[in-house]
Structure formats: C-alpha cells, structure tokens
Design a protein around this ligand. Structure first.
Ligand SMILES: N[C@@H](CCC(=O)N[C@@H](CS)C(=O)NCC(=O)O)C(=O)O
Length: 271
C-alpha cells in the first residue's frame, strides 16, 4: 500500500504559497489501533522537551475544494500564527480511509498533531490554539464578546444541517440563480441575523471587530458557499463576505482549491 498521506510544507505567514511537497512514510502511529491508546495521545512514543517542541505541527486535511471543516482548521492555525505542515488525505480512497481510522480515534479531519499531542474536532483545535497562543486573539479579549464568539461558533459547529446538505462547499463551482429550498433558506436567514448583530455590535469588518477570530474561521466556508450558490445579500453581509474572501489565508486556500484535481464529480452531503 502506498504511504497514506502526502505532506506540504507551509509556513504561518499569511498569503504564503506552499513551498515543498514531500511524501510521508507510514509512521509508527499507523501500527497500533487507536482503541488501545488514550485519547489525545499519538501512537508514537511521546517526545519530551525541546525535541518535541521543535517538531512542526501537522494539520491533517482533505480536499481544499470541498472540505469545509478542513478550511476551518486551516484558518484557525493561520489566525493563531502556528507554523504547520499539511498532511493531505483523500477521503474517498478506501485504503487511505482504513489507514486513517487506525491512526486516529476519530477519522474525521481536520486533525492537529502538535508537541506530542493529537487534537481533533475543530472546536477542540480552536481551544487548543487559543491556549497555546492567547495573544493571537483567536477569541476576543472582552469576556462578553468571547462568550458571544463561542456561542455563534458552537451554533455553526452543531447546526445549519440544511445549508450544509443543500449548498455543499465547492470553491470551484458557480451556480448563478441557484434555487435555495425553504429549509436551507431558514439557515441562511439565521446566519445573516448572526452576522448583522456582530457587525453592528463590534463595528466590523470582521464579526468581532478589527481582526478575524474563531467565529470568522467557522463562518468562512459559508462566505464561499454564498458566492458559489449566488445567495443574495444586503450591503453589510455582502461586504463581510468580500472581506473574508480577501483574507490572505483564505486566498491562499482558494488558490490551492482551484489547483486541486477534480476527483469528485458531485457531492450531496456536507463534507
Ligand atoms: N465536527 C467535526 C466535523 C469534521 C468532519 O465532518 N470532517 C469531514 C471532512 S470535512 C470528514 O473528515 N469526513 C470523513 C470522511 O469523509 O471520510 C469537526 O468539527 O472537526
């Protein structure tokens, strides 16, 4: 079986293009079933001290065109200023899926391996990054704003199923005049209420003011979907989407998505 992942070296600088691409050999993590390991611990013997800290963080992702959760994890790392290498998995290859299951208690991506720890699920990754780099402002400084930011990020994490299934992220596609069905329209309207409240309360251009936060990373794929499916927006929410799509880290991701080979012709589920 070929190695399960390929790695792309990347830096934390915004707008930085991926520099090198190297194959990663199957590591010891693949040899021990995840069920026999404690949660959060990699299979490889944990490094200690400086050696572990010197190792770059690895963010495991799947398709840049389709995977909205991968995009969220990537943006969070960029916003936190964490230097990452990217490990890519192709979610539709059965061998790779089996391999990934062996490596992780959850075979969902994104997954962050850092400093001998393995963290999965976007909100857990966000909280980890905030603890690691509190100065980066992934969460707002003000306690009330921070609670608000966590609330709307949680709402995105656990909700909007109709929007996700009816308007899957597909950065390359354009569906002008797309007919949105009622269930998805209700999700869109709720998202616009959330955005307007934030933009009015904190003054934009991002949801919590002058700099992007976790909430912007969580809603970034929605900005992409609104473009793909030609969703009609009012001036403030249109400006917010434009701001998000122009974010250097988002541009970096979009460029890579546009270059990605077309492996999947159609997706009818959130991915
Ligand atoms: N709640 C999870 C959702 C992650 C998720 O659904 N990831 C998708 C890709 S976007 C996945 O890994 N799906 C498994 C697969 O398609 O094999 C999170 O916040 O990270």
């Amino acid at each position: 079986m070929p190695p399960p992942t390929s790695q792309t070296k990347a830096t934390s600088g915004s707008g930085t293009k991926a520099a090198t691409r190297t194959k990663v050999a199957k590591g010891p993590a693949a040899k021990v079933p995840a069920a026999k390991r404690p949660a959060g611990k990699p299979a490889a013997k944990a490094d200690s001290g400086a050696k572990a800290a010197a190792r770059p963080a690895v963010l495991t992702l799947s398709s840049k065109n389709y995977s909205s959760w991968s995009l969220r994890g990537f943006l969070m790392c960029r916003l936190a200023g964490l230097e990452i290498e990217e490990a890519r998995v192709s979610a539709d290859d059965p061998d790779i899926r089996a391999e990934l299951l062996l490596q992780s208690s959850s075979f969902l991506v994104p997954r962050l391996d850092h400093d001998g720890m393995r963290i999965w699920d976007t909100l857990a990754i966000a909280e980890y990054l905030h603890e690691l780099k509190p100065e980066a402002g992934l969460l707002p400084k003000d306690r009330a704003a921070r609670a608000h930011c966590r609330s709307i990020s949680g709402e995105m994490h656990s909700g909007f199923a109709n929007l996700r299934s009816a308007l899957p992220m597909n950065i390359k596609a354009r569906h002008d005049g797309f007919k949105v069905w009622t269930g998805a329209q209700a999700d869109i309207e709720r998202i616009l209420v959330i955005w307007r409240a934030c933009l009015e309360t904190y003054g934009g251009p991002y949801l919590f003011g002058a700099a992007p936060t976790l909430a912007d990373a969580m809603y970034a794929p929605v900005c992409s979907r609104f473009t793909t499916y030609d969703v009609k927006l009012d001036a403030p929410t249109k400006a917010y989407c434009a701001t998000m799509l122009a974010l250097p880290a988002m541009q970096e991701w979009t460029r890579a998505a546009l270059e990605e080979p077309d492996e999947m012709e159609e997706l009818d589920v959130e991915f």
